[in-house]
Each structure stands twice: as C-alpha cells, then as structure tokens.
Design a protein around this ligand. Sequence first.
Ligand SMILES: [Zn+2]
Length: 256
Amino acid sequence: MITQLRATAGIYAELMGSKIYLDPGPGALVKSNARKIPINKLDAILISHCHIDHSNDAGALIEAMTSGLREKRGILAGSVSALDSPDKPVSTYHQNSIDKRIVLKPDEQFNIGKLKVTTTPTEHTDKTGIGFIFHAENTISYLSDTNYSKKIAKKHTSSDIIILNCLYLKWDNSKADSYPQKHMDVEDAKKFIKDINPELAIIQHFGMGIIKHGPWKVAEDIQDSTGVRTVAARDNQIIKLGSKAGNLKAWTKKIS
Ligand SMILES: [Zn+2]
C-alpha cells in the first residue's frame, strides 16, 4: 500500500444490473476517475473490514455516489468495525448521507437491487471482518483478509469464482514470534482452492515477497497443484463473466 507498486483501489463490479464498489482502499477515487468508472452512479459501496487498505477512500466514494452529499442515495454496507465502532474509518457525516446503511456480521444476507449477497466469517486481526458471496449469474466469493480455516472454506463451496487475498509467499511460523498469521500464504490459498474447488480462482492483495517472486509464477504453481484455473490479478484488469457457469471455461481462456 505504501509504495503503490500495486494499486490498492479495490474492486469495481457490475452484477445483475448493479454497480458495486468493494473495499475502496487508498487510490480508489483517483484510479476510478482515470479508468472512467462511473462512481457517480454506484448502487453500493461494500467494506469487508476497517483496515485502511480496504476502507480509506470510502468517504470520497460516498461523495461521488451522492453527488457531493447533495442526493441521499445508494447503499453502504460493511463490518461493525468499518461502520459502527468508535474508530470507524467512515465518518458519521458520510454515513448519514447515503440512502441505506447496513452494518453486517458473518452469515447475514442483504440485497443490492436484484442481487442477493451473503456475508461470511473471516479470521483476521479485525475480529469483525467479513467476506461476501455474490449470487449473480455466477456465484462469486470474496474471502477478504483471512487466514486458512476449513470452516470458512465450507461457506464458499457453492461458488464458481473465488477471490483470494494472498499476502505471503510463505509464512514462517518459526520466525513469527508471537505475531499471529492473520493472512493467507500460498499454501493456505492452495488449501482454500482445493476445499472449495471453484471454476476459477483469482489471487490478489500481494505482499512484497509475492511481487518480487512474480505473482504469475505463484498463480501457475497454485494451478498446477490444485488443478483449478488460477489468475494473478493485475492492476486495471477487467474480467468479463459469462452469463452461465457453463461459459466459464470459454471465458477464462480470454483472461491474462
Ligand atoms: Zn486487513
């Protein structure tokens, strides 16, 4: 995040006719304008947890979504830590300017227009963090920042596509002292992918170890070991989804 060797702007998605911005970290506003993403027409801003690389630009995007806070519109949905804690990263001033505010815990459900979204648990330093499952034409999981857990994997087994925040090349427990691993490394990503067995896995949120090693090499290694098509996300990458799960094999060839 600090070096911006890789952008931390988050993910923009168009699903079932809704325009959604997920985890707007630092750069979301600038990158969106550079890429002509219609942030003035957003239907929802989602925040998985309070950490700055996932929430920093939320206020700026709320201003975009509400025409500079003049029009009360849109959904803001996020974890307790992001929206409802004393040191929440999204100000009350901004939260009062949107049409609908939804504070979320794991295993809850809400709708963005016709799109059904469910939340999932995470194991992270932000104890109230959540993941999301989008029930669109394809079922898409965003696991958010979490370490590996079989219990969490089970929540995502019906997903066609999973997005994994894979931070470490290899987490070394012996050197970790008391600092807890609360992010996945490549081996954790493999375990998640094997358990969930999706059509496509997208890895992102890389730390410096993976960036120096080459994210594409990591994706290849994961794909070889799991048998699941795996893509290392690039900045500004667009992934076009087929209308049916059956189309996935065709369109995944078009990626990368
Ligand atoms: Zn985090």
